[in-house]
Design a protein around this ligand. Structure first.
Ligand SMILES: C[S@@+](CC[C@H](N)C(=O)[O-])C[C@H]1O[C@@H](n2cnc3c(N)ncnc32)[C@H](O)[C@@H]1O
Length: 208
């Protein structure tokens, strides 16, 4: 009974929220892009995080695949100077992400959503990108390789660039992704992030 009331309360407050109306108007476009998100809660979280970010925010996404999380952020950037750097090898892995060159698919999805000007795709290994990186980051989203050492390396390489109070989010903090689960556990204990929260399999916090 209490759970039902809480759910109804949350639904009502979303219905009254202008940001939610905007999200609902763009969600059908987002939902045409294939990807690995838990819908529509996580897409909503990306959209709102981008909306609330500073006017010229830099968003770095490690692991863009065909662009579902990218366009979710992207709709939150529309009409602003905010920008997304979408890092991916764009070539699949022969198992979880299939095989083949999919940067064209990624770009077509971004273009169909009218978001090309807000997105710079970077077809490189994340750690290669980190070597030359020099911009302060407002939102860092880690969803590349899910192996423990790789998640840790991505976090350690980009964390120094995240602004104070910037947001850092990890995808797949539950389910079969033991590497992410283990590292997310360490991050939570470490105190590197404040105001930690989660939306289904998305874990996030702010740099203290
Ligand atoms: C889980 S998918 C990303 C899903 C995407 N965020 C979405 O919304 O659908 C992971 C992606 O990370 C890419 N990837 C894995 N390791 C990487 C690395 N070290 N550098 C760049 N991209 C990587 C893979 O090619 C794959 O496309």
């Amino acid at each position: 009974m209490l759970k039902k009331l809480i759910r109804a309360g949350k639904k009502l407050s979303r219905q009254l929220d202008p940001l939610e109306k905007e999200f609902e108007s763009v969600y059908p476009m987002i939902d045409k892009v294939p990807g690995f998100l838990k819908s529509p809660q996580q897409e909503r979280w990306f959209f709102r995080a981008a909306k609330k970010a500073p006017a010229n925010a830099v968003i770095v996404e490690i692991g863009s695949f065909k662009g579902r999380s990218t366009v979710s952020f992207g709709f939150g950037c529309k009409g602003t100077q905010k920008h997304i750097y979408a890092i991916d090898l764009f070539e699949g892995d022969g198992k979880d992400y299939g095989q083949g060159e999919f940067q064209k698919v990624f770009q077509a999805n971004v273009e169909r959503c009218g978001l090309t000007e807000y997105v710079t795709p970077i077809k490189k290994h994340s750690l290669e990108v980190a070597k030359d990186w020099n911009k302060p980051i407002d939102i860092l989203f880690i969803d590349g390789s899910h192996e423990y050492e790789d998640v840790k390396a991505d976090f350690e390489a980009f964390y120094p660039f995240v602004r104070k109070k910037g947001i850092i989010a990890f995808h797949d903090i539950r389910g079969k992704w033991n590497g992410v689960i283990k590292y997310w556990g360490e991050v939570q204990k470490s105190g590197w992030l404040k105001d930690v929260g989660k939306v289904s399999s998305l874990g996030f916090g702010t740099k203290g």
